[in-house]
Each structure stands twice: as C-alpha cells, then as structure tokens.
Design a binder for this molecule. Structure first.
Ligand SMILES: [Zn+2]
Length: 474
C-alpha cells in the first residue's frame, strides 16, 4: 500500500444529440463526412449574426440534473470564455461560468460539483501543407459535468465514467460513445501523504474507457515516483498517449481568469420561474426508469442476484426491454424460465446480433417468438442440438420457431429421423468417409446431399451438417 493517497476529480464532456446546434438551426451532425456543410453565419461567427438558445439542449441538461438529484438553478446564464485557437471561430466559446444550470448531485456515490451547457469547437485536420478546419462540430451542444475531487482510485473513476455513459444513454440525450469523441474525459489528479492536497495535474486526450483506467493509474504512479525521489510535481496539463501508455506534457495550466469570462450580451439570462418555456416538473415526469432503479426492480421482480448477467441486461436498455417483453409473453416468473430467457438472450441472441451488426431496431426476432422458443426448450421440444439452428433461422428470417421446427423436421422425433438417416448414409459410403479424412472437402458435400435425399428434403441442412461432422470427427 502506497503512503500517498490519490485525489481525483473528473471533467466529462458529452455531445448532446439534439436535432440542431446549440445556438443556430444548423443540423447537429458533427460526424458528417462532408466538411463544412452544417454551417451558417451564427456558428461561423459572421459579424452581426445572433445566437438563439436551443431549448431541447437546456432541457437535456435539466434532465441529467434531475436524474442525479442536483439543484436546478432557476436563474442561470451563458458567459463568454475567451481564448484563441483556430477551431474556435468567434475567439470565445459560449459556456457557463458562475451560474451553471445544475449544482451538486450525486452519481455512483461520487458527489458532483456542477453540470453546465456550452458549445463544441470545430475540428482541425493537419495535412502536410498546412492545417484544415471543419466547422461541422462548431456550435454543437456540449454538456460539461464536473465532479468534486472525491474519487480515490482509477477504478472508481472508470466506474463513474461508465455509469455516466449509461445514464446519458438511458436519458437518450447523448450516445456518449468515447471512440467517436461523443464523450471525453479529463482527470485532475494529485497525490498526498498528509492532509494537505498535493499539486494537481490535468490529464487530457483520454479517448476510451480503457484509457480512463490506464491513464489515471499511470499518472498516480508517475507522481509517486517523483515524490519518492524527493522532487516536486509540476502543475501542468498532460496528454495521454494511448499507444505508448504514457502521458506527455502539454502546457502549463491557465488560471481561470485567463479566460476573461464575461456574461454573454447576446443572450438573455435564463429564468425558469417566469415561464421561459422550461417546465421542470414536466421534465421530471418525462424521466425514464433510471439504470439503478431498473437494477433494483429486476432484483426484486425476477430474483436476479448481483452479477454479470444482471449488469449486462441493465447496461443495454434495448436488451433490458427485450428481456421484459419476452418475460411478459411467457406470462409467469418462474426461476428456470427467467434464467433461460436471460441466458439465451445475453449469449446466443446478442452473439448473433454482434455477428450480423444488427441493432434492436433492426432485429427481426420478436419477443413473442423468442418467448415461444424458450417455452419449447423448457418443454424439451427443442433440444440443445437444434436451438442454435432454430435461433439462427429466426434471426435471419423472423419466422416463428414452431414453423422452423416443423418445416425443417427439427422436432424431437424429426431429429431422431435425421440421426438415423445420417448413420445410414455413413454406413453405406465408407469411401466418402475415407476421402473426407484425407482432406477432400467435396466428400462432405456428397454425404450431405445423400442424407438430404434420404430425408426427401425434410431435413435441416445445418443440423445434418452438424451431425455429419460430429460423427466424422470421431
Ligand atoms: Zn449554424
């Protein structure tokens, strides 16, 4: 155990998926392949253009605030944060300084400082003969959430980031995909052996969950080594190099007043008491069941214990909803059936979806058909041998399982028939078996054809192939 205790605070930015940008009516599509198409005089900072507040973006932040139990400030405002960088057309960013939309709150046992709304910057691309700017992202609504410096380890920080991503997805206000830059994590880290806090280092460029854990752990180690040598940690901003697994110095940290914050003169202060169009009570009613509430209910209603399968069901709102719909089709909360549904859903169906790059919206299997398959398994009418085959066909065609079993002769009695046919064909075709064992792929096709002919087409080719291979490998 190190004698130095880490103190970590996180600053997390997330792009909101509103229809339009924060202060203009440009399409909010920062990942548009064609650069500089979602732009207008407002987000390009042409003189005389005026910003207008995107109400949906404000409501999104208020929802996050309500979900984490923060205080929604009835009087809030936007401020100009000045700095000069080529991706910032105005020379300042519209952000919030002393009156953020949300103060306080708590998520995953971590106390929050504030949550505010600002606009994203454009993006630079560096080419050999110069730099290029794409302003599609300029003016995209951006949430900034700041935790209090109360996180004690890299693992705790990672857990927090995951919980926040999950919350944003449940609220459907951001996809919060770190790989796509939709969620960006910065960490302030210091270590100290006494009561007095150590010197703070800000870590940026953390672009994946893995990097959140790695970067923070590595920074704690780096600072520990410095102090062990009797040297001093320098207050600075450092970037994380994912490939090298090490941080590098970026710049000496600016003081807050370097940004010369001033209230944004082109936007009226927000006042939720005077019917500014934001109805906090209404937004509270719109909140969906939150991840931690769902988890609690799943334990109570379905008898789940803490563990991986519950975590995975909750982590994907689509999966949790499919599970519940299938359970309601089954109509009873039997422990064995619950386990069957959860397992076949979480391993087999999710596996097929990943393979076929299918999302919940594009899924052809209905919860009703899925429930029917589970009941067939439970009754022993669909044996483990054929379940995968049936499920695959359901996945591809959306057909119902009884039909697939019927037409493919996959019922229990049909399966016996197929087994008999396979054994018969194998006993009559010793040469083909030898050929197959010598590596002739065609021999398998021949045996498959013979078996299908024997079954007069009433066999499922997948099952026949599976049984043939099983026997041939003996
Ligand atoms: Zn615009």
């Amino acid at each position: 155990m190190s004698k130095y205790k880490p103190t970590i605070g996180l600053e997390i930015h997330a792009e909101l998926k509103t229809q339009t940008k924060m202060f203009c009516s440009c399409l909010n599509d920062p990942h548009d392949a064609e650069p500089n198409t979602n732009v207008c005089p407002v987000c390009l900072a042409h003189p005389g253009s005026l910003p207008v507040i995107n109400k949906k973006a404000v409501e999104s932040i208020v929802k996050v605030g309500l979900a984490v139990g923060g205080e929604v400030l009835e009087h809030s405002k936007f401020d100009r944060k000045s700095y000069f960088y080529p991706d910032l057309p105005k020379g300042y960013q519209i952000s919030q300084y002393d009156l953020p939309l949300i103060k306080g709150g708590k998520l995953a046992d971590v106390e929050l400082e504030r949550i505010h709304l600002e606009e994203d910057t454009g993006r630079l691309a560096h080419a050999e003969d110069g730099s290029l700017v794409d302003f599609n992202r300029a003016g995209v609504p951006l949430m900034e959430l700041v935790t209090k410096p109360v996180i004690k380890s890299a693992d705790e920080a990672l857990l927090f980031a995951r919980e926040l991503q999950l919350l944003l997805r449940y609220l459907q206000i951001s996809d919060a995909d770190m790989d796509k830059g939709q969620m960006r994590v910065e960490a302030n880290i210091s270590i100290s052996s006494g009561k007095k806090l150590g010197t703070k280092v800000e870590l940026k460029n953390i672009n994946s969950f893995k990097a959140v854990g790695d970067a923070i752990a590595s920074e704690i180690e780096r600072q520990t080594e410095i102090l062990e040598k009797g040297e001093k940690v320098v207050q600075a901003t450092r970037g994380w190099n994912e490939n090298k697994k090490e941080s590098f110095p970026q710049r000496i940290k600016e003081e807050a007043n370097d940004y010369r914050y001033i209230p944004e003169p082109d936007l009226p202060p927000m006042d939720f008491t005077s019917g500014d169009g934001i109805d906090i009570k209404e937004l509270e009613k719109e909140l969906p069941e939150l991840p931690w509430q769902k988890k609690k209910r799943f334990k109570k209603e379905y008898g789940f214990k803490d563990g991986d399968i519950l975590e995975r069901l909750i982590r994907d709102r689509g999966e949790a909803e499919f599970f519940e719909e299938a359970m309601s089709e089954i109509g009873k909360k039997d422990k064995a059936l619950t386990t069957l549904v959860a397992n076949y859903l979480d391993s087999d169906l999710i596996g097929l979806m990943k393979e076929g790059k299918t999302d919940w919206e594009g899924l052809k299997i209905t919860p009703e058909n899925f429930a029917e398959l589970i009941l067939l398994i439970d009754k022993g009418e669909a044996t483990s041998k054929i379940v995968k085959t049936v499920l695959k066909e359901m996945f591809e065609t959306g057909a119902d399982p009884s039909q697939i079993i019927e037409s493919g002769n996959l019922s229990k009695s049909g399966e016996d028939e197929v087994e008999r046919a396979v054994d018969l064909v194998l006993s009559e075709n010793k040469k083909a078996i030898d050929d197959f064992k010598k590596g002739k792929e065609n021999a398998l096709k021949f045996l498959l054809g013979q078996t299908m002919a024997n079954l007069r087409g009433r066999g499922n080719p997948e099952l026949v192939k599976k049984l043939l291979l099983e026997r041939l490998s003996k």
